[in-house]
Design a protein around this ligand. Structure first.
Ligand code: 6PG
Length: 496
């Protein structure tokens, strides 16, 4: 009897695709790879894939002919037009019941559309978020597959085998129908942007107000990585800050241009937050900060014209303002970063809950936090707290309302207030940290000044308002019975 043909194919041999294929083969799933440029496939098979049992083909019809139905074909091509281009060519070659998985950073609405288009041809489309970068793809990523449940059940043994594993199990779960897998990956990335911005602001306060060199800051982050802030991004930060540029002998961060780039997943997150009216101000601040950083020419010009505050003192004054001596100052910054991170994750999780309701995805937030405990870029000790909070109460309206999380926020919020006050006095921008505190301070108000906004709206536009003391929709005749008189033009006074 001849050996059974493989079920699994992978299209796209850029670094993520190459590494994911090696991971799949290492875990005992035979697979066939295809790349648009055949020479790339040949190099791969002769290079890193040599001896792994991975085989390659030169055309899509060959790929389809080589695989045993139901086929499981993973696309690892650039998000956007290339995904549609491959699907247009591939779908007509497939048989009913075959599965196509898109493992790129695709926009969730594209995944919704593609799922519907393939379903019309009796094919199953799975939009799967893959996080963890090159090493994650090779040794165990966090996987966020969404689409037909039936497809997930077929893919599950392979996905479970290749995903990262933590004390809480394999970092993969069925996310939900439609584009939910890519939506969850988008929120992961939004949270990633928030984390990176908050860390960068903390570094900025250390280097500017506390005059610490990069290598000393690296030690601080390394120490923080042994406590509540333990996470991949804190670890990465410490390693990056310690790295010396061989050409100049300086810490490499000191010679890297301060203009941050992005590929759009953070922007999509805030667009969705605006659409669903579920605010994510810290992610918003992070995206905006990257955009402002990229306006480098303008910043250089403005730095010559716009004056900041006179430095209110030296390092010892900054330390005093942050809470006392050097140790107390760093403890405040550690608290500030932890507090801001909690606030940012609360925003991201709330947006997930809002999307789950609006799109009827029935997302399991505890499971999502669980699969983020390993493999992905935002993996952090704190995710276990989120996992626990939502498993104890799946209907939790906001993470900050969990008793344990609320207590930790209360314990650390003082650090955030001191860090922001210090940064403001020194003229150091901390938009992410400030937004995290504002979110917290806004949530805990019984009385916001929105009453005045409602009154203003009613005054100039008869937009009506609700009252605190009685039912119904109200409008005030702001000018009594009189018709408002013609507006008096503003008297504009200009300086000579
Ligand atoms: C991951 C990352 C990854 C993302 C990069 C760069 O989970 O592995 O989120 O998917 O593409 O982090 O993103 P930006 O270029 O937008 O910063």
């Amino acid at each position: 009897m001849s050996e059974q043909r493989p079920h699994v194919g992978l299209i796209g041999l850029a670094v993520m695709g190459e590494n994911l294929a090696l991971n799949i083969a290492r875990n005992g799933f035979p697979l066939v790879v295809y790349n648009r440029t055949t020479v790339r496939t040949e190099e791969y098979l002769a290079g890193s894939a040599a001896g792994t049992g991975i085989t390659g083909v030169a055309t899509l019809p060959d790929l389809v002919a080589t695989l045993e139905p139901p086929r499981q074909i993973i696309l690892m091509v650039k998000a956007g037009v290339p995904v549609d281009a491959v699907l247009t060519e591939l779908a007509p070659l497939l048989d009913p019941g075959d599965i196509v998985v898109d493992g790129g950073n695709s926009y969730f609405r594209d995944s919704e559309r593609r799922e519907a288009e393939l379903a019309a041809q009796n094919l199953m489309f799975v939009g799967m978020g893959v996080s963890g970068g090159e090493l994650g793809a090779l040794w165990g990523p966090s996987l966020m597959p969404g689409g037909p449940r039936e497809a997930y059940d077929i893919l599950e043994p392979m996905l479970t085998a290749i995903a990262a594993t933590t004390d809480y199990g394999p970092c993969v779960t069925y996310i939900g129908p439609g584009g939910s897998g890519h939506y969850v990956k988008m929120i992961h990335n939004g949270i990633e942007y928030g984390d990176m911005q908050l860390i960068a602001e903390t570094y900025d306060v250390m280097r500017r107000a506390l005059a610490m060199p990069a290598t000393e800051i690296a030690d601080v982050f390394a120490a923080w990585n042994t406590r509540a802030l333990e996470s991949y991004l804190i670890e990465v930060t410490s390693e990056v800050l310690r790295f010396i540029d061989t050409e100049t002998g300086q810490p490499i961060v000191d010679v890297i241009l301060d203009a941050a780039e992005q590929k759009g997943t953070g922007r999509w997150t805030i667009e969705s937050a605006l659409e669903l009216a579920s605010p994510v101000p810290t992610i918003d601040a992070a995206v905006t900060a990257r955009n402002l950083s990229a306006l480098r020419g303008l910043r250089v010009q403005a730095s010559e014209v716009l004056m900041g505050p006179k430095s209110p003192g030296g390092v010892s004054d900054a330390q005093a303002m942050l809470g006392g001596d050097a140790d107390a100052a760093l403890a405040s910054l550690e608290s500030a970063l932890y507090f801001s991170k909690v606030s940012s994750y609360a925003q991201g999780m709330s947006l997930l809950a809002a999307a789950s309701t609006t799109y009827t995805w029935d997302l399991n937030l505890s499971e999502i936090a669980r699969i983020w405990t390993g493999g992905c870029i935002i993996r952090a000790a704190f995710l276990a707290d989120i996992m626990r909070a939502y498993s104890e109460n799946p209907e939790l309206t906001n993470l900050l309302l969990d008793v344990n999380v609320a207590r930790k926020s209360d314990e650390t919020v003082g650090g955030a207030r001191r860090a922001i006050a210090t940064a403001r006095s020194w003229g150091i921008p901390v938009p992410g940290t400030s937004s995290a505190l504002d979110y917290f301070d806004t949530l805990r108000q019984i009385a916001l000044p929105a009453n005045l906004i409602q009154a203003q709206r009613d005054f100039f536009g008869a937009h009506t308002y609700l009252r605190t003391d009685r039912e119904g929709i109200h409008h005030t005749l702001w000018h009594g019975d009189e018709q408002p008189s013609e507006p008096v033009p503003l008297q504009i006074v200009t300086d000579a």
